[in-house]
Design a protein. Structure first.
Lengths: 952, 249, 313
């Protein structure tokens, strides 16, 4: 008998369409293989700069995102009480008429009463611009509970940041430290890079309470206690100073280390930089033994010492203050060990290893480049130590300063934008901090009027805050107020609470997109649901109208009044813009589009199309022509091609100009989208080799960046080790200046607006009885679910249909808890029941779980008894959005005091074994939600049979 | 066809690097996605949106706690058919649906003749064969036999879907019968191992074990510094003396 | 291993059926001609009902029962295929034997048919045992006595059924009863040796070896591949608790062996109670053997469990 003949060369597709993935912030290039008009499979686009052909667990399961029965199928209007999940289907005309009537009333009376928050929006440059045209100050996306600490700390320190703003030089780095990274922002690029590092045997050090995923393959794992990374980094800096391992040449060239800081206690300019009559910062020139402008290239600046200013006052180089801070006894390895748990000897060794790689194993590339002063160089030498950090740093109330310390450590080693170090991705670097100020001061908000600028920006001092004369916040989320002055991404996490409590004022319409605020995107879910359904005495809702757009039957759908159903990512246009969250590479700016590869099979519309039409119906200036007709009648693709933010600058940078020959700046090109589609849905501009490193001080790069509108001028970007804007807030707290904080903020501003970074204990542990809640609790998303919108995906949910509470085996033994036991997890605001999984690789004082696996019964198109609802749980129930009362009863947001970043990793808990007699099921559980689609999910999914007809 | 070929021309298989795998599941879902519409179509899912979701998968990724205490480590472990040289799953098959290809050593199930008796799954030590309850036949890794020879795919894509997808390049595909092949060389360099060699099935796929750690368990800490004494100045003074250099911008 | 009722019913029922068929053939080969139409009708009918009923039962666990015929093709390598071939051959020639016996053809002709029927009926049971015994992935099954126990239990249960038929027809046969007693006792002894053997067998396969990290390495599951049970876990992950298994073993010893033996002794001692005692003995043995077969699966640990939490197998 012979072997059966196998058809080994069956055409797998009739057509391959190239587009961009949309299940996380990575935005990889994908090829969608279509057979008989249906999606057969999706793989990675080898030519795409982000993923170079690879694809992750979610990306490969995208097909099930597309086939999910939980996809909304038509616009819905609420018919039952809010939260009941009772809706009727309406037409798009009815939906848009309703939304227009609600919104036009708000715009005509008080535009502040629209709160528009767009979650994991990848089109913020459109949605923000829409809100700006509307005239409400209340716009932001999800950065407030994601990673604004990282973004702000980086931008205020060196005009860049981790994730979209830059990445390690994977090709050359020899020592890579990973701080608090699960699979955050850059999943495939980081995975691919780790693979490369492994091939080269570069050392990978992981700092994380949990040893899973990337951390599992690190050469060294440091299982710190959550929220203590800062003291560890501080001790590493201490060691670099102690052992004279800092790159002094780099510091005098590229940083404000030599800048003189006025030392005059009580003065209105104490702690500010000494400036000459023209306002130029001064340094001490050792050659001439005199003061000199710090930006001069012919001086020999002093980094230490103490000098006298012309007015007789004392000033010292900021570097001296930095060195004093970190050489103090607070940051010795021994002191750090007591707090973070990493042995002092290990800290010393890591510092020694970093220094050895940085100073003894340099990488020199034969690249000619010209520095900011016009000096030409034949090569670039790099110190190949690199860092990536993410939510483990950012989601703490001390995250801003911790992240600043990380960047300062990189800068002290001379590793920013050098071979083997950290490299910027365009449009970064930008000035530190960038120039754009936030917009939305009380006087900037007027009925039927657009705001004069975009909402989110960077305060340079108290005068930039969005507060009224009494210091009261202008924004509903209190971003850019004394509560969170540098809230560069807004504070979406506070919107529902503040709106329901009318603090600082009530709103009329809450408009949300892609944010599951009635479940896993909110802290303290029970309270959030109460706020969403809270009524006034007359029975009206405290948040009168809620409009929500989502593609799926998420929990939040049930809490909205009007649902605008979105498409899946394969059915729409999108724009991954340099104006927004770019996908650039260190070697060049890049942007991308999504375009429909299949047509929607239900009555849904892309949210951006709907928003543009709403803008036209409302008569918003940017969305209508002078004659009142719609400016973008072709919807989002029309906008992508023809919108100009400033002359010649539009959403896409590639193939601009009438003939498509221009990059960055140029008139709209009607064939732009076709050109993107031909090129695999992305555009990558290759920087000249001489522009690729030292971008902050590289004349070739800086002039290029100015020419395409990335930066306003080609001046070098000077790293701010000492952050003067923070000192300005401090001075205000001391009573200086015209913009003054309400008294209750003074002490807080004085303490936390230190111009030099410092470590302090996360707030929650200090405000509650930490003996009652001795454990730290953190979460991470599993790789196969990272940034993915829910459990509607039949394949991914098989991998993670329920979650466990992971804890250290030894600690569990002490508590009498065994593997698979059920436990109660209690925090100061509530308790959750979960099943335990014991492990070795976790900090013993820490428990953790996979985030957002737990679902409310009935949501996401799942049966009410799905494991997600019976054995899946969220820690969100335990996390307070407000801190316990203090300072006269006021409750601050549970957030970083500088940026307003939600501090959901500060959580403290107590773990107790659940009595054996209890039902083995999670708690709390809410009433099951009815399906808003009425679709009964299939009992068997075997759609693939259709692709193999020969066998059927 | 359950008699095994006396020898196979090639021994195609996978080499999986446990030092590099981060457990991302990309190999598992990309496998599922390709194969649910390919040779093995469909890979059915039962109760896909209900209380007991389970389906046929040809590749599954586990994570294990290895060792205890300071020397412990977390190891991710993808598991699929090892395309054994002497696969008992083939010889027990009563219908001949299971066979090992003489050409390349791939172990396949003919879905048109399999009766779904599940005996092969009992014979396999590695849990590589799964019964597709909706399709009534056994499913297993085909090493993407419908990709690796597929002339409709670009040549660089003629590798198993899992290898094509793997973001960390922890999976390698090639001829393990050829000692000069890249995969054979990799196995040699890294000390690739067989799973359960004592069972005697002679797996073709190899696993590369995690490399030794470079951490406190293997490296000595530098000596603690002497505390500052009046004679050598404080730590801070010493640093300031060093940093007081003539530095040019 | 998951104790699937279809397979349990199949092996117990078919075992008894082929055992009975073997005894009928043996009787024709060795006994003086004693034609009895009623006896042969009842006995062969019962043998065929048990054998074919069991075989049909076994097809219930197939994904494609309509393709079952394909299972006859691989007799060169597959014990399952051999079992099918042997069963069909045994039943085919056995059918001729039945017709010959019923038609009361000359005894030499019956004996020509009886010899292969005997061999093939035993061969079928032998093949069934070998399906299990040749799986090195399941330590409890690859025990040297697995097939012998299968064969012995088939013969014992066949003898018991034969004794019962004779008793019910009013021809109590102390010979058959003695044969059943001896075989049941031997079976009990072998089963005890088997249990002792599998309990004592060292579990040499380790999870460390299964994941390639060294046989002695401590390896514990951290994250299951999927949170919900898959086919492999459902089919091969079943394991009865030791305490429960011990009770069930006692039950097997009592119901499958001790009670039937006592009842058969009663039958011999008081032939008047024969029909009652024999019927009761058969029912008791049925319960006992069903339990024995359930345990055969439930106590067997598959080596694949190493990937799902077992430290050794």
């Amino acid at each position: 008998m012979s072997e059966p003949k196998v058809a080994t060369s069956v055409p797998p597709a009739d057509e391959i369409k190239t587009t961009t993935c949309y299940m996380c912030a990575c935005r990889c290039g994908i090829q969608v293989h279509l057979k008989d008009g249906k999606v057969r499979y999706i793989d990675g686009n080898r030519k795409h700069p982000v993923n170079r052909g690879v694809i992750c667990g979610k990306g490969s399961a995208g097909i099930m995102q597309h086939y999910a029965p939980s996809r909304l199928k038509a616009p819905l209007l609420r018919t039952g009480p809010r939260g009941s999940g009772q809706f009727k289907e309406i037409t798009w005309e009815e939906a848009l008429t309703t939304a227009t009537s609600w919104l036009s009333q708000v715009r005509a009376s008080d535009p502040r009463k629209l709160a528009m928050f767009t979650g994991r929006d990848q089109s913020q440059s459109l949605t923000g611009w829409w809100a700006m045209q509307f005239g409400t100050p209340n716009f932001a996306a999800h950065g407030g509970f994601c990673s604004v600490n990282m973004a702000a700390a980086g931008l205020y320190t060196f005009g860049g940041s981790f994730w979209e703003f830059g990445e390690p030089d994977w090709e050359h780095t020899k020592y890579f430290l990973l701080f608090g990274v699960a699979e955050d922002h850059g999943s495939n690029p980081i995975k691919a890079a780790l693979g490369k590092l492994k091939q080269r045997s570069a050392k990978i050090v992981s700092v994380n309470p949990v040893r899973t995923g990337y951390n599992a393959i690190a050469d060294e794992w440091l299982g710190v206690k959550p929220g203590t990374d800062g003291v560890l980094v501080g001790a590493l800096i201490h060691e670099l100073f102690r052992t004279n391992n800092v790159d002094l040449d780099y510091l005098v060239r590229y940083t404000n280390a030599p800048w003189l800081v006025i030392q005059d206690k009580g003065a209105k300019d104490d702690g500010l930089f000494a400036r000459d009559a023209d306002g130029k910062v001064l340094a001490w020139d050792k050659t001439t033994d005199s003061l000199a402008r710090a930006d001069r290239t012919d001086i020999t600046p002093a980094l230490v010492g103490e000098f006298t200013l012309p007015d007789g006052r004392r000033a010292v180089p900021s570097f001296r203050l930095l060195a004093e801070r970190f050489l103090s006894s607070e940051y010795t390895p021994e002191a750090a060990e007591k707090i973070c748990g990493v042995p002092a000897g290990t800290i010393r060794r890591i510092a020694e290893e970093m220094a050895d790689v940085a100073f003894q194993q340099t990488v020199t590339l034969p690249i000619k480049w010209t520095d900011w002063a016009g000096r030409e160089h034949d090569s670039i030498t790099g110190r190949p130590v690199s860092v990536h950090a993410m939510r483990g740093i950012s989601a703490h109330s001390n995250g801003f300063h911790t992240c600043r310390m990380l960047h300062i450590m990189q800068i002290l080693l001379g590793t920013i934008d050098v071979p083997g170090g950290f490299r910027y991705k365009a449009p970064f670097p930008r000035p530190a901090p960038p120039g754009a100020r936030p917009v939305g001061k009380p006087e900037q908000v007027k009925p039927n009027t657009a705001l004069p600028g975009m909402h989110l920006g960077f305060v340079h001092g108290p005068e930039d805050l969005l507060v009224d004369a009494d210091g009261k916040p202008s924004r509903i989320d209190k971003a850019f107020s004394w509560e969170a002055p540098i809230a560069a991404h807004g504070m979406m996490q506070m919107v529902i609470t503040n709106a329901a409590l009318a603090d600082p004022y009530p709103v009329d319409v809450l408009f949300m997109y892609m944010a599951n605020m009635a479940w896993n995107s909110s802290m303290n879910i029970g309270a959030t649901l109460d706020y969403l359904t809270a009524t006034n005495e007359d029975g009206s809702y405290k948040i009168p109208k809620v409009i929500y757009s989502d593609a799926y039957a998420s929990e939040t759908v049930a809490y909205a009044d009007l649902i605008l159903p979105d498409t899946t990512y394969l059915e729409r246009y999108d724009c991954i813009s340099l104006l927004d969250r770019p996908i650039s590479e260190p070697d060049g700016p890049a942007d991308a589009i999504r375009h429909p590869v299949v047509a929607p099979d239900r009555n849904v519309r892309p949210f951006q199309d709907v928003l543009i039409e709403l803008g036209a119906r409302l008569g918003l200036p940017g969305f209508t022509k002078e004659d009142g007709t719609p400016r973008y009648p072709g919807g989002y693709p029309d906008y992508i091609v023809n919108h100009e933010r400033s002359p010649g600058v539009g959403p896409l940078a590639g193939w601009r100009g009438a003939d498509g020959s221009k990059f960055g700046m140029g008139e709209p090109n009607p064939k732009q989208l076709e050109r993107y589609i031909e090129n695999g849905a992305f555009h990558l501009h290759h920087l000249e080799p001489g522009q690729r490193y030292m971008k902050h001080a590289n004349r070739g790069y800086l002039e290029f960046a100015k020419s395409v509108g990335f930066i306003p001028h080609a001046d070098p970007i000077v790293f701010q080790l000492y952050c003067e804007p923070l000192q300005k807030f401090r001075l205000a707290a001391r009573g200086h200046g015209s913009v003054q904080p309400p008294d209750r903020y003074r002490q807080r501003i004085e303490r936390f607006f230190d111009p030099l970074p410092f470590w302090y204990a996360p707030f929650e542990g200090g405000l509650i009885d930490d003996r009652a809640y001795p454990m730290h609790a953190v979460t991470q998303r599993p790789m196969a679910m990272y940034h993915a919108w829910g459990s509607q995906n039949a394949w991914l949910r098989q991998i993670h249909a329920a979650n466990r509470l992971f804890m250290h085996r030894d600690r569990a033994r002490e508590l009498g808890i065994g593997d698979d036991d059920w436990v109660w997890i209690s925090s100061h605001i509530g308790r959750v029941k979960a099943q335990v999984q014991l492990m070795e690789g976790v900090n013993p004082d820490t428990v953790w779980t996979w985030n957002a696996i737990g679902k409310r019964a009935g949501a996401w198109g799942l049966d009410a008894d799905a494991p997600e609802a019976t054995r899946g749980f969220l820690l969100n129930h335990l996390i307070a959005e407000l801190l316990p009362p203090r300072d006269g009863g006021y409750r601050y947001a549970n957030a970083d005091p500088v940026t307003g970043q939600a501090a959901w990793y500060d959580l403290r808990v107590r773990i107790e074994k659940a009595p054996a007699a209890e039902v083995h099921e999670t708690f709390p559980r809410f009433e099951p939600l009815p399906s808003p689609t009425g679709i009964t999910p299939p009992a068997v999914s075997d759609f693939g049979r259709a692709f193999n007809k020969d066998r059927a | 066809m359950t008699a095994l070929p006396a020898s196979t021309k090639r021994k195609l298989g996978l080499v999986i690097d446990l030092d590099t795998c981060v457990g991302c599941q990309a190999c598992a879902t990309s496998c599922k996605e390709w194969n649910t519409g390919g040779y093995s179509a469909p890979l059915s899912d039962i109760d896909p949106y209900g209380a007991d979701p389970h389906g046929a998968w040809l590749n599954r990724v586990h994570a294990y706690d290895v060792g205890e205490g300071a020397t412990s480590r977390t190891v991710h472990f993808p598991r699929s058919c090892l395309h054994c040289e002497t696969p008992a799953c083939v010889t027990v098959c009563p219908t001949g649906a299971s066979y090992k290809r003489a050409e390349d050593g791939i172990v396949l199930v003919n879905p048109d003749t399999c009766i779904g008796c599940k005996l092969c799954s009992w014979a396999c030590a590695y849990g590589a064969r799964e019964f597709d309850a909706a399709d009534g036949v056994m499913k297993k890794c085909t090493l993407c036999v419908d990709r690796i020879y597929n002339e409709h795919l670009p040549e660089e894509d003629r590798v198993p879907a899992c290898v094509r997808a793997c973001p960390t390049s922890a999976r390698h595909f090639g001829d393990l019968g050829d000692p000069d092949s890249a995969v054979s060389q990799l196995v040699k360099q890294r000390g690739g191992v067989d799973l359960l060699p004592e069972m005697g099935f002679k797996p073709v796929n190899k696993y590369l074990p995690p490399r030794p750690r470079r951490d406190a368990t293997t490296l000595a800490a530098p000596a603690a510094p002497e505390t500052a004494s009046p004679s050598n100045g404080s730590v801070m003074d010493r640093f300031f003396t060093w940093a007081d250099q003539m530095l040019s911008r | 291993m998951h104790p699937a009722y279809s397979v349990i019913l199949f092996t117990t029922s078919s075992g008894a059926g082929f055992g009975l068929l073997a005894w009928l053939a043996f009787g024709i080969l060795t006994s003086p001609p004693a034609s009895s139409f009623t006896f042969y009708l009842v006995a062969f009918a019962l043998a065929y009902t048990l054998a074919i009923g069991g075989l049909l039962c076994s097809t219930f666990h197939l994904g494609h029962p309509e393709r079952a015929w394909r299972a006859l093709s691989q007799w060169r390598t597959s014990w399952l295929s051999r079992e099918g071939v042997a069963a069909i051959a045994a039943l085919g020639i056995g059918a001729l034997l039945a017709l010959a016996a019923l038609a009361d053809v000359p005894v030499w002709l019956q004996r020509i048919l009886a010899a292969p029927t005997l061999v093939l009926a035993l061969a079928t049971v032998w093949c069934t045992g070998m399906i299990y015994e040749t799986l090195p992935t399941i330590r409890a099954w690859s025990h040297v006595l697995t097939t012998e126990v299968y064969l012995m239990l088939a013969l014992a249960s066949g003898a018991l059924v034969l004794t019962t038929i004779l008793a019910l027809l009013g021809w109590p046969s102390p010979g058959a009863a003695w044969a059943a007693i001896v075989l049941l006792a031997l079976s009990a002894l072998m089963k005890a040796i088997y249990w002792n053997g599998i309990d004592a067998a060292p579990r040499t396969f380790t999870v460390g070896s299964a994941v390639g990290l060294g046989a002695g390495t401590k390896v514990r599951p951290l994250l299951e591949a999927h949170t919900e049970a898959n086919f492999v876990m459902r089919e091969m992950g079943y394991r009865v608790a030791r305490k429960h298994a011990d009770k069930l073993r006692l039950m097997v010893m009592a119901f499958a062996f001790a009670v039937p033996i006592l009842l058969l002794v009663l039958l011999i001692a008081k032939p008047v109670l024969g029909p009652f005692a024999a019927t009761l003995a058969t029912i008791s043995a049925g319960i006992g053997l069903f339990t024995e077969r359930w345990l055969f699966f439930a106590e067997a640990q598959h080596v694949v469990t190493l990937y799902y939490g077992a430290a050794r197998a």
